[in-house]
Design a protein around this ligand. Sequence first.
Ligand code: FAD
Ligand code: NAP
Length: 337
Amino acid sequence: MELINNASLKDFTTFGVEAACDHLYRVEDYEELKLAVQYLERPLILGGGSNVLPIGDIHRNVLRIEMKGIHLLEDGDQPIIGVAAGEVWHDFVMWALRNDLGGVENLSLIPGTMGAAPMQNIGAYGVELESVFHSLQAIEIGTGKVRVFFKEECKFGYRDSIFKKEVKDKYVITGVNLQLTRDHKLNTTYGAIQDVLIEKGISHPTIHDVSDAVVSIRQSKLPDPKVIGNAGSFFKNPVIPTEQFEKIKEMHPSLPGYPAEVGLTKVPAGWLIEQSGWKGYRKGNAGCYEKQALVLVNHGGARGEEIWELAQDIISSVKDKFQIELNPEVNLWGNEK
Ligand code: FAD
Ligand code: NAP
């Protein structure tokens, strides 16, 4: 385990905002992690830092999870693969493709680590982690007790899980078991996937073709954090009662909506933000990305406070215009007591 005192979180988060952290531990070893979570006071857990915004300096112990390993746990038509929490998510997707295992191709190029994937039930292009999730191992912070969570216990929802609610900050996830498929069922109906396949003349796509299509769409629409700091979608898409949706639509007929659970409708937050005039906006070093209004960006040298101020201005202007409350998807660090 490597300890970095007075570390700069700029180097460990994709927003790249300036923020110091008193003690940052890089953990590659499971036994060391088990000891650390028992003896360090209220540690914060960090993976790839692609869904975190530090607001101000962080006077806490931060444990960066870097354990590696991918193992076949159970073979068959739907093999179960055990993946250590520190594996990079996209590297795992590439591993699955190399082994002709399907189920995660639509989730190609999502930044971050395996250990963070269950936190918000990562999702893209009509597929969520939940659809391939089997179970996970975690260590309870404070006691060091090991616990397995099966799918039902994780209470997965839309960008949501038990780890963001009932057991928030109580466990560190050390490994995730995923059940993939050898008999592939492709999901190509979402967004531009089908268009890209047609453009390439592919009528019988493989999981590799779908992954390539997703990668090319993402590269054309999303800012690369290595070039411009960001954490993907800053806000969740609000899910509102369909009755409320219909009322707002009377005033704004072009309001898009997608059916969610019974009686609920999902509204694309990016559309609401764009219609409120923020797309491409810049104040100081913080901005709203010119190609996708849902993504807030650090144009260079921004502090977390600047990004959060812009986010709050966006929340109130969307509320004024549409009476819809936006909530951050990104985890805010530094606000907690
Ligand atoms: P971090 O940012 O390090 O942490 C996120 C949260 O998880 C924090 O609260 C942290 O404390 C907690 N955490 C991390 N690791 C562990 C662990 N081992 N145990 C317990 N808690 C832990 N997300 C999507 O769902 N779909 C997308 O399509 C998508 N696209 C993105 C595109 C871009 C360009 C970017 C920058 C982000 C995108 N995201 C997307 C968000 C992000 O990639 C995911 O949320 C990802 O799972 C975060 O992983 P991470 O390792 O970087 O987590
Ligand atoms: P998009 O395709 O332009 O669509 C805009 C929004 O409308 C998306 O948020 C999506 O919701 C919703 N939507 C579109 N088609 C839908 C359908 N057929 N059924 C249900 N909902 C639909 O979105 P995008 O910005 O280019 O992103 C593409 C995918 O990558 C999306 O799934 C998005 O969630 C994911 N992504 C996530 C992040 C992140 O940080 N969380 C960042 C970039 C991209 P959903 O978001 O629910 O899919």
